[in-house]
Every structure is written in C-alpha cells, then in structure tokens.
Design a binder for this molecule. Structure first.
Ligand SMILES: Nc1ncnc2c1ncn2[C@@H]1O[C@H](COP(=O)(O)OP(=O)(O)OP(=O)(O)O)[C@@H](O)[C@H]1O
Length: 823
C-alpha cells in the first residue's frame, strides 16, 4: 500500500505553528492540558475503544453463517413459513448473544492485564505559568494537541506530530505508507511545503535518533485513525476458519435447490418442500462455530493470564499452537541482558585498559547528550565497568543505530576533537581506513569464547579515517531457564532458530551452551537475499542480522510453508515481528515491538512460551473436536433427510423439528470449549486443516446417514407410514440420541470432563422427555409406544458400537497416532 497523506500544517514556520496551537517549546500548562483533554477526548483510536453492546451485537451478525441463516430466515418469511422464520431468528439471536458475551468476557479478562503494558509518552508540561517545565511519562492516551513530547529509539509515535528538533531521527512508518525501511525525518524551521519529512504519524515507531515534537492531532483526528484500516495480513487461523466457513456456506447454499429440484421432479410440489429445504440447510450450518472458537480461545487465554502471559489477539493463540518454527533474538531473550565488562584489548590481543576508557567516554556522552536519554544496557555496562573517564568534554552524540550498528560521539580532549566510534566489530572495521594485522583474528578469538565484542575506533582532528583502538568484551549470562525452555519446545515439535545482530562466533558459542544444534552459523551480512532464503531450512543460527535480514528469514520460512512465531524485544526485531504469523515479546520490550506483538510475557521466563504453545494447541484441538462432531452429525442428517424426503410420501421431519433439534445440539456442543484434548495432539504443532476436516466429516457423516436410514427402516416397519407424527417423533428422538453418542465417541480418548457429561446427559434427556412434555403438541411430536423406544435404543446402540469399532480401527492403523486421525 502506498499512501500519500495530506500533511497538516505543512509549510508554516515552527513559530507560526506553535502560536496556532497556542503552545510553546516549554510545553502546555497542566491545567490547560486538562481542559484540552476534556475538549478533545482521550487519544485513543476508535478501533481500540471498547465496543458498546449494540455495536458488539451488530458486529457478531457479520460472520458468514449468520448471514446464511438470516438469508434463510428471510426466504421463510417470504413464503409465510412463520414458524421456521421464528426459530431461525431465535437461533441467530442466541448465537449472537453468546458470541458477544464471550467476546466481552474475553476482552474484560485481558483488559486489566493489557493496562500493564500500555504505551506511555514523555511529555513536557508546566505546573504554573512561571514554573520550569517538567518532563514526565504519561499514558499516551492522555496527550492533547499542543503537547510537547520527546521521542527516542523504540518509542511509538503517540499522535500526529511535527518535529521541532531532531537528531539522527528515523521512523518505521510501514503501517502507513508501506515503506519497509526506516524513513529519515528532520526538523527544518520552514518546511518546503511539499514533503512530509518534518511530520510523524501515530502508528509509526522510532527506529533511531531522538527528537522533540509538538502534537498536532490526537485520537480519531489522526491520519492513522482516518486512513489506516488495513490490518496485518490474515493469520494462519483466520485463513483456515475462513476457508472452512466458505466451503460450508457453499455447501449450504446448494442443498435447498437440490432438495427443491428433486421434489419438483419426483413429486411435482417443489414449493411445499421449501420450508423443509430451508430447515435442512440450517441443519447443515455450524452456526455455533464462532461462539465455540471465541470461548475455546478465551478459556486458553484466561488460563495463560494466570501464568503471566497476555494474549492481545485471541486467534494468535491458535497460531502459536500451530507454529513449527520459533525464531528468537539472542540478546535479552536467551541471555539475561545484564552484560558485564570482561576485558579491554588492543587489536593484537594485549590487554589495554585505555580502550575501555574510550568506550566508556562514548557511552557516557551518548547517555548525556541524547535528548531524551537513550537507555542502553551495553552503554550502561561499559560505564559501570570503566574506571576513570578523564576530562574529555562531549560535543555531540549520535546514538547507536541498529542498521549502521555503531554509536558515535564527538569529544574535545585536551584541545583536539576526537570522534569516538564504538559498535559491532565488522561495522567499525569497515569505517576504519586500515585494519591492523591480526585485528580480525583477535576479534574472532574473543567472540569464540562466547563474549560480546565491541570494537572501538578513534578519529583525531581531521584524520581521513578512524583508526581501530581495540576491543571491549562483555559477558552476558545465559537466561537461567532458556536451555530447558528450548529443549521443551523441541520436544513439542517446535524448531528454534536464533536471529541475532551479534558476531557469528559469539552466537555459536551461546547457542551451543544452550544445547542447540549448531553445525553452521549463517552470516547474514555475507549472503544475497536468495542465498539467505535458501539457508533458512538448514541453519539454526543467523548472525550479523540487520532488522531486515531477520524479517527476510521469517518471510522465507513462511513461504516454505512453515507457521512461524517470533520472539524478540528490541527495535531491531520489529520488522520480523510483523512478518511472523505470531509475535511474542517480554513485557519490558520497547514500545513499538510490544505494540506489534500478539502475546506479551509479563515475567521474563521463557518457560511461559511452552505454556502458551500448549494452551494454543488445546484450544485448537477443542475447536476441531467441535467441528468433527457437529459437521459429521449435520452432514449425516442432511444426506438422510434428502434420501428420506424422496422415498417417503411425507416430509421425514417437520421444519420446526429440524430446527429445534439443531438448537439443542448446538447448545450441548458449547461444552467442547472445556474438553480435554488427546495429550499426543498437544505434543506437536497443531493447526486447523480444512481439507482434512472435510474428509473426516464426509466419512463419519456417511456412517451417521446409515444410522439415520436404518432408523427410517425400523420406523417404517414399526409405525408404518400412516402415523406421520409418530414417525417424525421417532426420528427426532433417534437424532438427538445419536448426537449425544457421537459427542462422546468422536471426541478424544481422554476422561470426559464434567461439563461434557452434563451436556450429553441433558441432550439425551431432552430427546426422551420432549415428546412427553406440554410443548410436544406445538412441535408436532407425540408419545411413542414403548416398543418403538426399545427399537430406537437398539439402533442407537448398534450405531454407537459401530462408531467405537471404526474409531478404534483407525487408531490401530496409525499406531503412533491419536485414537482419531489428526485433522
Ligand atoms: N549501544 C551500543 N553501542 C555500540 N555498539 C552496540 C550497541 N548495542 C549493540 N551494539 C553492537 O551492534 C551489534 C548489533 O546490535 P543489535 O542490537 O542489532 O543486536 P544484538 O543486541 O547483538 O542481538 P539481538 O539481535 O540478539 O538482540 C551488537 O552485537 C553489538 O556489537
């Protein structure tokens, strides 16, 4: 998407703009900010505001099944089949109410946790007209037009802003303009009137540099809210549910015409059969699918919330359960991100404390001259490990840039200006005119010990190029439970790949210590795009990755058919996070990465990832059980109804009976959200596969149809075709009883949880008691003679035994597979 927004306030000078916004570089008065907040409202996107009940209900009407049901309801009303229309409306209302309620509860249960990870902004405000401005962090939703904010690497741009001052400032604005590389921004006093180089929009993230900016618009007024409707590309789960839904919708739409044509051809009364055809189509529709999906995923996410895992987007849980590859960054994820200085070396490998002093000077002035200060654990570690810094005075600083991979500081040292450069080894060596002999080997040797190696170079006065001063090494301890978590993931069928910006030798050593197979470390900086894509399958460790390399590896894996998760915490992880099927980050990740992540780990504990994977697979397995049971039964019924409709002189079941039976079955199946899946299913990546599900339901649907047709035979023999009402009742009872049976037999071979016992018990009770109840007359049901009951029970028993035998056979054939084929 390339989008060229209209730039607000383009062209006016800085002063004119500030005057127009009635503010100044010292920021707004607190009282004025409060008044503006009342006037403009909170700075939240309309998309993110909690939905009202009516809107929630309206949104739940939008899924394809509900649309189909409403269409069928309309047809029924047009042919004045009011009973059918009424039941359909009840069905739609119940499913929408359940779904809205499920979504509401899911939202509410994570809202409190989400508050823990809300985005903040550094704002400059004054308590009174004469007081000095104060800078403090406030929730980004409290910003108002005219506020003056500071931006640094990793920050989300919290509103539409114009830059007042900028240094080395680049932003990711791919979400708005589609440009994947960070875009440089500047703060000219008088912009040229055409470009947008002085504006940043809400929804972008700071890739590098620092800036001071004034807020132009907030909330619904931002260009992000007005112009950006596109979301991330559909995830694996969205695609699967969509495919499946549309296949079923197509199937549903062809059933009524087939029923009508056959009735017209064989009997010559198509229109009379219309309500029946409509009811049959309704019978095929798994209208509770959205409810079961929401409930199963919400249940999983509520359990995870107790373990400190926040699921920001429910379907992400399925995607994590489906992931067969998890890419992670190294620093801060596999290591503690509390580096400690180990040593300081000259290029030839001799110990040299002077190198550390220069590195510390760079760190000190980077921290002091950047505005806002850019917190950086490496800089803090270097400073903590350095003795005396001397009295060099900082002049200007260019903080660490994740693509250039160096930080630079200009200092005045005893009358001469020195540019102190510190950064990744190869990035610094590339800047140096000449590399001293043995310097590369020294770096290799240090990195091979698993140390993080920073190179330091100096350029005195107007020397043509920097000269390598040496290296500073740091130890970064492995995260205590990382090795265990990785082997747990591998046991659960998730391959891990480490994508790091660090040196190949450091990365290899760390990965080996963690027990990862490291036959080859790919140096991303040396490969072409095609070579990198080709290496993705075989390699485990990718070093010297820029943010774009990380994204490219993730995209190549997805193109090769993998479902990919990405776990990272830095600015350099954002493009990969967005490219993955599911993004995970720790709670202390930088704002932009946390905003892009689907799942946030509140404790820095990799073991939580394993829990989330299991919860995702459990939810998916329960959804699949629902689909198997619901659709096998529905398909069987539809086949039987079509066959019987043609061979009997009357409709095999009244439309209202088809629909009531449907409502009862649907309600009982909600219990599947709390089912216990086969533990073997949870041990490997598990995703919704529509073709396999469809094959399964056709097989078991046919078996179900055989049971139904046997019932017809029995009923015809027992009550004859003269007693229509007894015939209808017989089939109604048999149908509900077989549905109760398949709910127990087509589920995994794990102990049946209490809610499922209750649901199937209730279904069987309704089957037996409804024909005896006062509602029987209105539904066209009648009490059956005891002999018919016995016969029906015999059919149901035979069906149950056949089903048990078939499912066992399938399990035996795939001896290491679960009792039922994996779908
Ligand atoms: N503040 C800094 N000053 C100078 N050099 C740095 C600084 N931070 C990182 N580097 C260098 O740049 C390299 C790349 O950094 P980057 O942040 O992209 O990845 P990383 O932290 O090494 O690893 P990961 O990608 O696993 O998080 C680092 O390995 C280090 O050599």
């Amino acid at each position: 998407m390339v989008w060229a927004p209209e730039a607000p306030a383009t062209g006016s000078s800085r002063l004119e703009l500030l005057r127009r916004l009635d503010t100044g570089p010292r920021g707004l008065l607190e009282s004025e900010a409060e008044a503006r907040l009342r006037l403009h409202g909170e700075n939240t996107l309309p998309l993110r505001r909690p939905l009202s009940w009516p809107r929630r209900l309206a949104r739940s009407l939008r899924d394809p099944f509900t649309m189909v049901l409403l269409g069928l309801g309309l047809i029924s009303a047009l042919i004045t089949s009011w009973g059918t229309a009424g039941v359909i409306i009840v069905l739609v209302a119940v499913s929408c109410a359940l779904r809205s309620n499920g979504e509401y509860r899911a939202d509410r249960s994570t809202a409190a946790l989400r508050a823990l990870v809300t985005t903040t902004a550094t704002v400059r405000r004054r308590p009174s007209p004469d007081a000095a401005p104060r800078e403090r962090e406030i929730p980004a939703d409290q910003l108002v037009p005219g506020d003056v904010v500071k931006l640094g690497p990793g920050d989300l741009v919290p509103a539409d802003v114009r830059l007042l001052r900028a240094s080395g400032f680049t932003v990711h604005q791919a979400a708005l303009t589609g440009e994947s590389a960070p875009v440089p921004k500047e703060a000219p006093d008088q912009p040229d009137g055409h470009g947008h180089g002085h504006l940043c929009w809400q929804g972008s993230g700071v890739a590098s540099g620092t800036a001071l900016a004034v807020v132009l618009t907030t909330g619904a007024g931002t260009l992000f809210a007005g112009a950006y409707r596109a979301r991330r590309p559909a995830s694996a789960f969205d695609r699967s549910v969509n495919d499946l839904s549309w296949t079923l919708v197509r199937l549903t739409l062809v059933i009524p015409p087939i029923a009508l044509v056959l009735n017209a051809l064989l009997r010559g009364h198509a229109l009379e059969a219309l309500p029946f055809a409509v009811a049959v189509a309704v019978g095929l529709t798994p209208e509770m699918l959205p409810v079961v999906v929401t409930t199963a995923l919400a249940r999983g996410s509520a359990q995870l919330a107790r373990a400190g895992v926040i699921v920001k987007r429910l379907p992400a849980l399925h995607d994590l359960g489906a992931a067969d590859v998890l890419c992670l960054d190294k620093t801060g994820t596999l290591t503690c991100d509390r580096p400690v200085v180990d040593g300081s070396f000259a290029p030839d490998g001799r110990r040299d404390p002077e190198v550390l002093r220069w590195a510390a000077l760079n760190a000190f002035w980077t921290l002091h001259l950047s505005d806002p200060p850019v917190p950086d654990v490496l800089d803090e570690a270097v400073l903590a490990g350095a003795p005396d810094l001397g009295d060099a005075e900082g002049v200007e600083a260019w903080p660490f840039h994740p693509v250039r991979r160096v930080s630079r500081v200009l200092v005045r040292d005893g009358g001469t200006e020195v540019m102190v450069i510190k950064g990744a080894v190869e990035a610094v060596l590339e800047l140096c005119g000449q590399v001293p002999e043995g310097a590369r080997e020294t770096a290799e040797r240090l990195a091979g010990r698993g140390l993080r190696v920073l190179a330091v170079a100096l350029r005195h006065g107007d020397e043509p190029a920097p000269v390598l001063a040496g290296y500073v090494t740091l130890v970064d301890e492995l995260a205590p439970n990382a090795a265990g978590a990785l082997s747990e993931l591998s046991r659960h069928g998730v391959a891990t790949k480490v994508l790091t910006g660090d040196h190949p030798a450091t990365a290899a050593r760390v990965c080996r210590d963690l027990g990862l197979p490291v036959e080859q470390v790919v140096d991303a900086s040396l490969l072409t795009d095609a070579e990198l894509a080709e290496a993705t399958e075989r390699a485990t460790v990718f070093a010297r990755c820029t943010p774009e390399h990380k994204a490219r590896v993730v995209r190549a894996l997805r193109e090769a058919g993998h479902t990919v998760g990405f776990l990272g915490d830095g600015v350099n992880d954002l493009p990969a996070m967005v490219a993955a099927d599911v993004g995970v980050c720790p709670r202390d990740a930088v704002d932009i990465t946390r905003e892009a992540a689907d799942i946030v780990l509140t404790h820095k504990d990799l073991a939580a990832i394993g829990l989330a994977v299991t919860a995702g697979r459990t939810s998916t397995a329960n959804i699949v059980t629902y689909l198997r049971v619901a659709l096998s039964s529905n398909v069987g019924n539809v086949i039987a109804m079509l066959v019987a409709g043609l061979s009997l002189p009357f409709l095999p079941m009244l439309p209202v009976q088809v629909l009531v039976q449907n409502v009862c079955f649907d309600a009982a199946q909600l219990a599947f959200a709390a089912d216990r899946p086969d533990p073997r299913l949870v041990r490997r990546p598990y995703r919704l596969r529509p073709p396999t599900i469809l094959r399964f339901i056709l097989g078991f649907g046919a078996l179900n149809a055989v049971a139904d047709l046997s019932t017809f035979a029995v009923l015809t023999w027992a009550v004859g075709t003269s007693g229509q009402s007894a015939f209808h009742t017989g089939w109604f009872v048999e149908n509900l009883l077989t549905q109760a049976v398949i709910m127990l037999l087509l589920r995994p071979a794990t102990p049946v949880p209490r809610p499922l016992w209750l649901a199937t018990g209730a279904l069987a009770t309704v089957a037996v008691l409804l024909p005896l109840s006062p509602a029987a007359g209105a539904l066209g049901l009648t009490a059956l003679p005891p002999a018919s009951h016995l016969l029906l029970f015999a059919v149901v028993l035979a069906y149950g035994v056949t089903l048990a035998v078939v499912t066992r056979r399938i399990a035996r054939r795939a001896s290491d597979a679960p009792r039922l084929p994996v779908v």
